[in-house]
Design a protein around this ligand. Structure first.
Ligand SMILES: [Zn+2]
Length: 250
């Protein structure tokens, strides 16, 4: 989704394989150790069991913001845009609408509430200037008083969108809102524990080489004016099903 000189066009910097890399490293070392010894057969059995167990654990231990209490409250804070970020005051509304869509369409398991102070927020939105080595959106896990929290970074400078999208925004300014709303929804999804989808119909799809104009246009066609954004459903059936799968685990 992001575009930069050098061709990096990932949607964001969020890695889906963080839990897998150490595991394969472990498997390799373990295999090397048992090498040609007589323990090889039991080792294979053990390895299979470990692989299965760690797979289950990996999925359940994926990061997600946790509500403050059983009522599902997640306080959020939306910062003002940094200098040169090309942030507009109205972008705040896009982030709020994106939170609202997740809340509304997941059966109100969660309640996003605007925090008085930034320090007490579990979900923070930050708007930064474009950077060559950065992506359009990003979610970073953090903690607030030992509680799982997340920072979402958005880089809203439409002059740096990939060329086809940038040209689209020039003739159709509403396309800028479409892009930023998509980014907000996507990054909130990461904060809620969702990984990337391989289906272009899902908001959690990161694109093969970034999200391209046709994807944004599909959402663009859902709306006529900006005010239609909060009245429209962007999250797919599978986005929501994956949310339910994660959040139904106590
Ligand atoms: Zn992503």
């Amino acid at each position: 989704m992001g575009w930069a000189i050098g061709g990096r066009q990932d949607l964001d910097g969020n890695e889906d394989s963080v839990f897998r890399l150490p595991r394969s490293e472990f498997v390799f070392r373990f295999w090397f150790m048992v090498g040609s010894s007589r323990f090889r057969l039991p080792a294979v059995v053990l390895l299979g069991a470990f692989h299965f167990a760690s797979g289950v654990t990996a999925d359940e231990s994926r990061f997600r913001v946790m509500p403050l209490d059983a009522s599902g409250v997640i306080p959020y804070f939306i910062a003002d845009g940094a200098d040169r970020s090309q942030f507009r005051a109205s972008d705040t509304q896009l982030a709020i609408w994106a939170l609202d869509e997740w809340q509304r369409r997941t059966g109100r398991v969660l309640r996003f509430e605007r925090a008085e102070r930034e320090e007490s927020a579990l979900l923070r939105f930050i708007w930064l200037p474009w950077a060559e080595d950065a992506a359009l959106g990003r979610m970073d896990p953090s903690t607030v008083d030992g509680h799982p929290a997340a920072s979402i970074t958005v880089r809203p400078d439409e002059n740096q969108f990939r060329p086809t999208v940038r040209r689209g925004v020039r003739v159709d300014p509403l396309l800028r809102d479409v892009v930023l709303y998509y980014v907000c929804l996507h990054e909130i999804g990461h904060a809620l524990g969702l990984s990337h989808s391989s289906n272009p119909r899902d908001v959690m799809w990161p694109g093969n080489n970034g999200v391209t104009l046709p994807i944004y246009e599909r959402y663009r066609h859902l709306i006529q004016t900006r005010d239609d954004i909060p009245r429209t459903s962007w999250l797919s059936h599978d986005d929501l099903a994956r949310f339910t799968e994660i959040w139904s685990v106590p």
